[in-house]
Design a protein around this ligand. Structure first.
Ligand code: RAM
Length: 518
């Protein structure tokens, strides 16, 4: 189902103090220059069959009409491309008409974007048609791309000349500082590789803010931020960047104080007119975790009220039975999965966030608020057990549906006894039917729930199976959406717009360091 929210005349509430603090916290970007390490030609325009070329012959390879040249930069990059172009034959008597296609994965390279007919804009597909009037010349592309492969197709030249690509390079961009970070050497090759690719994924999404994906949507989303902040804390430790993001969300909100699901930062900071029930609650969680990591007082003073507003809004959405009402459930994201009944999840995320909100209140010595939140928590917990727990099934049932997501969030929210939680997760392990989890975002919480009930071996096996199978499928950075049994799966109606370096998939490094190596 499409996630499109359009609110006419939406004017987010701007808090200049928070926005100017966010501005001061903008990190410097780091750059390096990288060149391709290999090249090939696709035999047919959209076929994966290729013919390798020797890179040092690049300055001598000439391209006529319809021919293509693919450059492999050897790793996933985020940055700006420069091409030095020249020609052989007579003086060019017509422009060179080129198509440039940037691909994060090899599969993406041979996909025909004309086949895409999904609900997300095709403008995210990284391809350009360019006329080059003057040869030789240097082409510097103004747009930032996320890619490993670049395919140059000669759409047209003239019979009098052929194009030569003399040199290609990418000026990369990221705010991640690798100084002092050592690759994991656990003695287990698969874990080490998963760890390394997780950090690469995070680093390539660390720009002036934490982006969800450098190909798409190139913007700050709350749910992604929370997971990036966890992994950042065990790696790059750029806490100012987490703080900046918290201030960005705080600085431009819905007029009633709710945190937008994502925020645009250019040309000016503007919260999006999309609200996600669970994401707003994760704002409160992320603030508390940031304070646990840093203990600094300024963010608590500045953002405490905003964090409380998110849980208070959610508490106003309870229905007459005391759980989150159907209208609010519609705003919950949880996972890209149309079949998923999100009722149990929505109440569970609220319970989860209430735990963090209470910690914030105690941190602030706001005892009456802490007390109020405790009462709300206990009442909601009771109502959620009555409504969703089935003793007969030994798990949570959400409007008749048994799903992994419902068990995961209920377990993480500590709604039931440890024995019940273990039963629920054991049931999940053997679930043959029901909605399938589709994103690394959901799989992260699944692994965390297994760990929470003490199923450590199963948690590790799942991490290896899920993120390991992405590696086996050729990932250089972890992907936005992945179902090992349905590799083509896309929430958008076509995998060509999927992002293959996606922030919310960076958490294995966190899980490995925090839980698996201990
Ligand atoms: C997608 C984004 C982002 C996610 C939202 C809900 O469009 O990629 O990562 O947080 O949806």
């Amino acid at each position: 189902m499409a996630l499109i929210s359009i609110i006419e005349d939406f004017h987010p509430l701007a808090n200049e103090k928070l926005l100017s603090r966010a501005e001061q916290l903008t990190p410097p970007l780091r750059h390096s220059i990288l060149e391709p390490i290999g090249g090939f030609q696709l035999k047919e325009r959209y076929s994966p069959e290729k013919q390798e070329i020797v890179l040092r012959q690049l300055p001598h390879l000439s391209m006529g009409k319809g021919e293509n040249l693919c450059l492999d930069f050897g790793e996933h990059l985020v940055g700006y491309l420069t091409l030095e172009l020249s020609y052989t034959g007579s003086h060019p008597d017509a422009p060179a008409f080129l198509k440039l296609k940037f691909a994060e994965t090899f599969q993406e390279l041979s996909e025909n974007s004309q086949d895409y007919d999904g609900w997300l804009s095709r403008s995210w597909i990284q391809e350009e048609y360019i006329h080059v009037d003057l040869l030789p010349s240097t082409l510097v592309l103004p747009r930032r791309y996320a890619f490993r492969y670049l395919k140059i197709t000669m759409m047209d030249t003239s019979p009098k000349y052929k194009l030569i690509v003399r040199h290609a390079e990418c000026r990369t961009e990221s705010s991640a500082d690798w100084t002092g970070l050592r690759p994991l050497q656990s003695g287990d090759e698969q874990l080490d590789r998963i760890h390394a690719v997780s950090l690469k994924t995070l680093a390539n999404c660390m720009q002036e803010e934490f982006e969800d994906g450098p190909k798409r949507d190139r913007r700050l989303w709350v749910g992604d931020l929370r997971l990036m902040a966890l992994t950042n804390a065990i790696s790059f430790r750029n806490f100012d960047l987490v703080k900046r993001c918290l201030y960005l969300f705080g600085g431009s909100r819905f007029p009633d104080g709710r945190v937008s699901a994502n925020v645009f930062t250019k040309p000016t900071v503007e919260g999006d007119d999309t609200f996600l029930f669970d994401y707003a609650l994760l704002y409160t969680v992320t603030l508390e975790e940031y304070l646990q990591d840093t203990g600094e007082p300024e963010a608590l003073d500045d953002l405490y009220d905003i964090a409380m507003q998110q849980v208070e809004y959610a508490l106003r959405q309870l229905d007459s039975t005391g759980v989150v009402g159907a209208e609010a459930v519609k705003d919950a994201f949880i996972d890209w999965c149309d079949e998923l009944d999100k009722s149990a999840c929505a109440s569970a995320v609220l319970l989860y966030a209430l735990r963090y909100a209470r910690r914030l209140a105690r941190r602030r010595n706001d005892w009456s608020q802490a007390n109020y939140l405790l009462q709300q928590h206990d009442a909601l917990r009771k109502a959620a057990m009555e409504r969703f727990w089935s003793e007969e099934q030994g798990c949570f049932v959400s409007n008749g549906q048994i799903s992994a997501a419902s068990q995961v969030w209920m377990v993480l929210a500590d709604v039931c006894s440890p024995e019940q939680a273990l039963r629920a997760m054991a049931k999940t392990l053997s679930l043959a039917e029901g909605p399938r989890m589709s994103t690394p975002y959901m799989h992260h919480y699944y692994v965390m729930a297994l760990l929470r009930v003490g199923l450590r071996k199963e948690a590790e096996e799942h991490l290896r199976y899920y993120w390991g199978s992405m590696l086996d499928a050729g990932a250089d950075t972890f992907w936005e959406c992945w179902d090992p049994e349905h590799p083509e799966r896309s929430p958008y109606g076509g995998s060509v717009v999927n992002s293959y370096c996606h922030a919310w998939s960076c958490t294995p490094a966190y899980i490995i360091e925090k839980y698996l190596l201990k």
